[in-house]
Design a protein around this ligand. Structure first.
Ligand code: IMP
Length: 174
């Protein structure tokens, strides 16, 4: 598949993605058997993952969405990404933050820091993809779909210049 000037080749087929999501969902069903978690989905990339994950959850659960802006506030890392659009109260809730990919980990780090201030009972992270080589500081990821090498991927919600999110398979830059 060619997107603008770049060529992407097959990487993780749709069937493997769906199988792995079923495994993650079974684990969550067990871990949250007596709870009612709130899935907090990071837009835009995680929307397909969140939908397929939620369809495989059999426990009572709710969902809400947020996005991040690159807000130039000062923090230890320089730029702090600010949470936008969180309307649901999250105090005393069991949160599962749903992300498409953890690359440097900066986005999730900023989000989790801001969510924790709002007093949830617990906070877990579910990410479909994880690039361990790119991670800047250690971070506990509770549910990881696939650990991948440090290459640019697209499809299944992930984009290149806004395109490619609609591919059911995940592709990698050639
Ligand atoms: P981080 O803050 O460096 O962990 O970056 C996380 C965000 O960068 C993800 O939510 C994606 O939107 C984007 N991203 C990182 N790696 C890729 C990739 O390989 N393909 C598409 N988007 C990516």
């Amino acid at each position: 598949m060619t997107v603008n000037d770049k060529t992407f080749v097959p990487f993780i087929p749709a069937e493997s993605i769906q199988n792995r999501i079923q495994e993650l969902a079974s684990q969550i069903n067990q871990d949250y058997a007596d709870k009612k978690p709130l899935l907090v989905v990071i837009l835009n990339g995680a929307f397909l993952f969140a939908a397929d994950l939620m369809k495989n959850l059999t426990i009572p659960c709710e969902i809400t969405f947020l996005r991040v802006s690159s807000y130039k506030g000062t923090s230890s890392t320089g730029q702090l990404k600010e949470i936008l659009g969180l309307t649901e109260p999250i105090a005393s809730r069991d949160l599962i933050v749903v992300e498409d990919i953890v690359d440097t980990g900066r986005t999730l780090n900023d989000i989790c820091e801001q969510l924790r201030v709002l007093g949830p009972s617990s906070l877990a992270i579910a990410t479909l993809l994880f690039k361990p080589e790119a991670l800047l500081k250690p971070m506990k990821l509770d549910y990881v779909g696939f650990e991948i090498e440090n290459r640019f991927v697209l499809g299944y919600g992930l984009d290149y210049d806004g395109l490619g999110r609609n591919s059911a398979d995940i592709l990698v830059l050639e």
